[in-house]
Ligand binder design. Structure first.
Ligand code: 13P
Length: 283
């Protein structure tokens, strides 16, 4: 069933688990995510980025995801990941998204607040929750020195001000996480997370969770992360499985036969994440 992310994340916050937010680009990834959520009886967010909207068509991909969400036996929210501007937010609302992220974290503080407030006003008027980000969640940058790394992390006191000034529903934090695969072993700053958690009431979001070791994810959930974003590990399962299958079956040209093991591999990734996030059986 199609729901908003607010009801999912508030329950996660109350009961100390995290809801998985998995990125999709097409029909096959969407199937894998929803089938995994149903197999594990877990609530889930299916996220679509502006890049995915551009790739698959702004009408077409949301239509697939919305239909899958409505037919699902578990609660599913459709989330705009890293909404780059007001226009993309408006487009997403028209397409039936039930959760919006406006990422203006690259702007100076006042600009970030102004952009997020504008989106909050529009979204809250129709009951749609909003995620915002402060600090900078990097790409995989092993060479970054510690002081530089800390400079990009979310400052706990600024998080408090940001929530109060911009009035959004969920906060994406930068605590040593980065998008894409990590070059070395990532090391989340749990003290920083604790401090943010103790000062801020809204559910917290962890981006860039592909490649973060399970024990650190478990710790992050225990310390108050309620939504965890996964993209790269799903892509990796898709493409690696496809490569292996086509190498082993060079004459196979039926996409349905090629994609079947890919969907199974992606479903497996999502199911494992759901277990680690402790959201299995929470539907
Ligand atoms: P990964 O690609 O590192 O899993 O991050 C996904 C993400 O945070 C999307 O917003």
């Amino acid at each position: 069933m199609l729901v908003t992310s607010k009801e999912l994340l508030l329950d996660a916050q109350k009961n100390s688990y995290a809801v998985g937010a998995f990125n999709t680009n097409n029909l096959e990834i969407t199937h894998a995510i929803i089938q995994a959520a149903e197999a594990k009886q877990a609530p889930v967010l299916v996220q679509i980025s502006a890049g995915a909207l551009k790739y698959a068509g702004p009408d077409f991909l949301p239509m697939i995801v919305a239909k899958a969400a409505k037919l699902a036996s578990v609660p599913v929210a459709i989330h705009l990941d890293h909404g780059p501007d007001f226009e993309t937010v408006m487009l997403s609302l028209r397409q039936g998204f039930t959760s919006i992220m406006r990422d203006a974290s690259k702007l100076p503080y006042d600009g970030n607040v102004a952009e997020v407030r504008k989106v909050v006003e529009a979204c809250h008027a129709i009951g749609i929750p909003v995620e915002a980000e402060i600090g900078k969640i990097g790409g995989a940058e092993e060479h970054v020195v510690v002081s530089e790394r800390e400079a990009t992390m979310s400052d706990p006191d600024e998080c408090v001000r940001f929530v109060a000034d911009a009035g959004f529903d969920f906060l994406a934090v930068a605590i040593g996480n980065a998008h894409g695969f990590y070059k070395g072993e990532p090391k989340l700053d749990f003290e920083r997370l604790d401090e943010i958690r103790s000062k801020v009431d809204v559910p917290l979001v962890l981006h860039g969770a592909s490649g973060i070791p399970d024990h650190q994810i478990t710790e992050a959930v225990k310390r108050g992360i309620c939504k965890i974003n996964i993209d790269t590990e799903i892509r990796n399962a898709f493409i690696r499985t496809m490569q292996k299958f086509t190498e082993e079956n060079p004459d196979q040209i039926d996409p349905r036969k090629v994609f079947k093991p890919c969907i199974a591999a992606m479903q497996d990734v999502v199911e494992r994440k759901i277990e680690i996030f402790r959201s299995a059986g929470r539907a």
